[in-house]
Design a protein around this ligand. Structure first.
Ligand code: BGC
Length: 259
């Protein structure tokens, strides 16, 4: 059992990914995790029911007051809580109402958002994009490529820029971190693909700042210096916790989709 000793408001953030499901209570005053994060492997058959069981186990392993809300970051576009399409989990997620599923599994109030949007909100409120005006792109490099577009501090949700078609390919199939691992690419080879990806995004959107998150951002010095873009490109301050933190922040906000 993990206990919260701080008096600050809390929300519980969960980040559902292709390989792991991670959760922690978040101190909303500071954006810091209020207890150590717990990670459970994503079930190999990642159906809504199998994932719901993991969510219930995850939330129950923390000692949280009953009124602490849950924010879920999910790897798909989310339209009023409903999964629109799904690239990297079981196809039966399409059409599922996530807040309803999570409420049934945990008994708690839940807000669901796209995982990259959650990371974007985390970085905008507490991290690398804090106080930055203009167009900011937060890109997460993991099983897929996620994107969050933030304009003068306001999130434009569900941008799905990982699925741009570049050189005849779905961009994330070539440039996500999973492609680097799957094809055993060197950092240099992978950086060439990222260069092609980010220069296309830059041509379309002219961001001032690009923030790169996802687990691989802990190795940012291996690939970010190899990229040459007009925009400044920097690692996410919250690293891989950005999704948890952003989802928790949104769970506690009155207008969840505005950062
Ligand atoms: C999904 C996005 C998600 C991204 C990162 C993509 O395949 O379509 O919704 O943000 O992967 O998980």
């Amino acid at each position: 059992m993990h206990e919260n000793s701080s008096a600050h408001p809390l929300a519980f953030g969960i980040d559902i990914g292709g390989s792991g499901i991670k959760g922690a209570p978040v101190d909303l005053a500071t954006g810091e995790l209020a207890a150590e994060r717990r990670r459970i492997k994503t079930p190999s058959t990642s159906t809504p029911q199998a994932v719901a069981e993991v969510l219930s186990e995850l939330v129950d392993s923390f000692d949280l007051p009953a009124d602490v809300p849950v924010g879920v970051a999910f790897p798909a576009p989310i339209d009023h809580g409903v999964v629109r399409f799904i690239a990297n989990l079981d196809k039966s997620w399409k059409g599922v109402d996530l807040p309803e599923l999570v409420h049934d599994a945990t008994g708690r109030r839940c807000t669901a958002v796209n995982d990259a949007d959650a990371a974007g909100v985390g970085e905008q409120r507490y991290g690398a994009a804090k106080g930055v005006d203009g167009v900011v792109l937060v890109a997460t490099l993991g099983t897929g490529i996620g994107s969050a577009l933030i304009v003068d501090g306001v999130l434009v949700p569900n941008t799905e820029l990982g699925h741009l078609e570049i050189d005849g390919h779905d961009a994330e199939s070539r440039a996500a971190d999973s492609a680097r691992e799957r094809e055993d690419l060197s950092w240099e080879k992978w950086a060439q693909r990222l260069q092609r990806y980010f220069e296309t995004v830059e041509m379309l959107l002219s961001p001032e700042l690009i923030v790169v998150g996802g687990g691989v951002s802990k190795n940012h010095e291996k690939f970010l210096p190899l990229l040459h873009l007009r925009a400044q490109i920097i690692p996410a301050t919250l690293r891989n916790a950005a999704g948890i933190v952003g989802a928790a922040a949104l769970a506690a906000s009155e207008r969840p989709l505005h950062a």
